[in-house]
Write a new protein. Structure first.
Length: 482
């Protein structure tokens, strides 16, 4: 008999759903050991992928200020189209992409989409017209659509509910890192002298080539499921599978059914989570696409503005480290109460003052708070779904709605609105106000539901494991995370 079989034979046989198992000392040691292995082999890969994703879709901001507009003779509407239509296709394909993730092994799926968007990014360097360029920006959106919702769904394959938050914070650290790298790297690339290629062409070709190499590596380096993770000892594997199964179920054994799909679409809380995240995500769209443009409007040269666009992201990286500290110490709703007003204040300074240094301070302040809060929305939504299938569909809905900011906002940050971009900043502030309001609503609803279930326990032990998992967050043992 193997060690794994022996361990499972002596482990509790009762199936517990939507619970955190009580572990003995040996199991606690095994848990710490297997989590270190997962963190080492999974997190670095997904963070690097996210950095590449952010750079390849965000380099449009550098390109717009370094020759793209003049070279392709882009009108104000066409400038907005290359970002907003990207978002439309990104949004449209998020739900189908997450469904496909369940049909393919993760390493195959992620390698495919990374290679796909890298080739699209490279093609942008040789586009000859606005239409040609816009079409391949849309295809870039199609391939990237499977990434963020896919990773938000993929990380919980490996962790129980209480462990997801800190890992999600680490994943979203890629955003400020990409922002810090994007400005200086982009500025360096567009300064390269070439008799054949224009500055923005060098940018797209170089960054796309690096991502293509990464996509090929992913096929060989990424792991699919805990059941097939080769670095576990038999005892570690047994504990890991038992904990994950008890928390929200094993991804390899779950299927997205019509019933679960309908449950996700009919859950008003998913829409609340989506609009809570819309405000902060809208801020990321502004920073990512139009950072150099906004800073150039403060009176700086094109190259200087491109370099300086990394400064607010340095503050964002500090905010990301803060989110890792807060995730296990502060209730999620309290984080929104603390940080959303800071984002609003920052945007007010950036939009309504005329002193360049004060406007830059506003961008830094809002980026700090935005990068600190952004991972909490995905975590809050993910841990309150109740099952893997519902989480898959809910993630797609959540990111589709919150990602719609990328369609609306570009039309408020064209050259016509320069240099103050008042409409774009007012819209951003209004949506952040909605973030605060909905956070309050969910907080009181979750407190009410948790108290109700504590005071009125229901025995569902007569139901099978599958039937209990199908109850999702309506399971009597489920408690909403605040």
């Amino acid at each position: 008999m193997s060690k794994e079989d022996d361990y499972e034979k002596n482990s509790p046989t009762k199936i517990e759903i939507n619970t955190e198992l009580v572990l003995n000392d040996r199991e606690l040691e095994l848990t710490k050991s297997y989590l270190r292995k997962i963190d080492l082999h999974i997190l670095p890969i997904v963070v690097i992928m996210y950095i590449a994703s952010s750079l390849d879709r965000g380099n449009i901001g550098v390109a717009l200020t370094n020759g793209l507009v003049k070279s392709l003779n882009l009108s104000s509407t066409e400038q907005a189209n290359v970002t907003s239509l990207f978002t439309i296709f990104y949004i449209a394909f998020e739900a189908p992409a997450n469904a496909l993730l369940k049909r393919f092994k993760p390493r195959i799926w992620f390698a495919f989409i990374v290679c796909g968007w890298s080739l699209c990014c490279m093609y942008l360097s040789i586009a000859k017209s606005a239409i040609d360029f816009t079409i391949f920006r849309c295809l870039l959106g199609v391939f990237e659509a499977g990434f963020t919702p896919g990773i938000v769904a993929y990380l919980p394959y490996w962790y129980v509910k209480s462990e997801i938050g800190s890992r999600m914070s680490i994943f979203f650290m890629a955003l400020p890192i990409a922002g810090i790298l994007g400005g200086p790297v982009g500025a360096s690339l567009v300064k390269v002298k070439s008799n054949v290629l224009k500055p923005y062409q060098i940018l797209f070709l170089t960054e796309g080539s690096i991502t293509l190499f990464l996509g090929i590596l992913i096929f060989f380096l990424l792991y699919d499921y805990p059941e097939t993770f080769s670095h576990f000892t038999p005892e570690e594997k047994a504990v890991a599978l038992r904990r994950i199964s008890a928390s929200q179920g094993l991804a390899s054994k779950s299927k997205v059914t019509f019933k679960q799909t309908l449950a996700a679409f009919m859950d008003w809380k998913i829409y609340a989570f989506s609009f809570i995240t819309f405000g902060p995500n809208n801020c990321l769209v502004i920073f990512g696409y139009f950072g150099p443009t906004i800073i150039k409007g403060m009176g700086y040269s094109t190259v200087t503005a491109t370099y300086m666009s990394g400064i607010p992201y340095a503050f964002g990286l500090i905010g990301s480290f803060l989110s890792i500290y807060l995730i296990s110490r502060v209730k999620i709703y309290k984080v929104y109460f603390m940080l959303t007003p800071i984002i609003i204040l920052g945007f007010c300074l950036a939009a309504f003052t005329r002193i360049g240094a004060l406007r830059m301070a506003g961008l830094c302040m809002s980026n700090f708070a935005t990068c600190a809060v952004i991972s909490f929305g995905a975590t809050w939504m993910s841990v309150n779904c109740g099952s893997v299938p519902k989480r898959m569909i809910s993630t797609a809905i959540y990111l589709t709605i919150s990602g719609f900011a990328g369609f609306v906002t570009p039309y408020m940050f064209t050259t016509k609105q320069a240099p103050d971009y008042v409409a774009g900043n007012v819209f951003a502030i209004a949506m952040l106000g909605l973030t605060l309001i909905l956070s309050v609503v969910l907080k009181f609803y979750f407190v009410y539901q948790n108290k109700k279930r504590d005071e009125n326990p229901v025995d569902v032990s007569h139901l099978s494991e599958k039937e209990q998992q199908d109850l999702n967050d309506q399971h009597p043992n489920f408690r909403y995370v605040l």
